[in-house]
Design a protein around this ligand. Sequence first.
Ligand SMILES: [Zn+2]
Length: 229
Amino acid sequence: MTAPAEDYLKAVYEIGRDGNAVATTDLAHHLGLAAASVSGMARRLADAGLVAHEPYHGVRLTTGGRRAALRTVRRHRVIETYLVQALGYPWDEVHPEAERLEHSASDQLVDRMAAAIGEPTTDPHGAPIPTRDGAVDDAPCLSLAAVDVGAAVKVLRVRDEDPLLLRHLAGMGLVPGASVTVRERALFAGPLSIDVGRGREYIGLPLAEQVLVAAAPDRQPSRSRRANR
Ligand SMILES: [Zn+2]
C-alpha cells in the first residue's frame, strides 16, 4: 500500500471514531489535500474493498480497511513511544518523525520496538496503541470543553499534531494522567477556569477541545459535592 493510501485510511479511522461516515471535505481538511484528490483516492480504495461509500454522507472503513488503518496507527504510536522512552525525545517532537517512519518501518521492526520498551499500551500523548492483532480500545471520550462545572476529571489524551500546542499544554500541566477540576465556565462559550493542582488557570474552549478526559473514579460527581457545601 502507498503512503497516501495509508494516510487516507488512518484519517478515515481517526475522524470516524464517533461512528459516523466521514465527509470528503473533512478528509481533505485533515489531510491538507484538495477535495478532488481525496475523492480519487476514495474511489481507488473503494475498488480495493477498503472503504465503502455512503451516498450524501461520505465513506466508512470496511473490516479490511479498519485492519489496514489500525496497522498504520499501531506503527505510528509505537514509534512515538519508542522515540520518547528509548531515545529520550521530548513529546512534542515525535509526531513528525512518526508520520514519516510509519510508512517505511516493517511490522517486525515495530513489534521489536514495542517489545524493547515493555509493550506499552498508550503513546506519549495518551492515545491507545492497537495490539498486533488490531485490537484497540477506541471508544470516543469526552473533551475537557464539555466537562460540567465542579466535575473532577483525568486527562486521557491530547491531540498530537501541533508541537506548539503540546508545549503549551505541558506548561499548563495538562498531560495524560493529570487531574483537572473545572471551576467556572464563562458565558457565551468563553474560557473555562480550571484547576490542575496549582491554582486556577484559564483555558479557551478551542484548546480545551483538544484535551480528552475521563471522569475521575475516586471523586464524587459534581452536583452532590456542591450540594454538600
Ligand atoms: Zn502522532
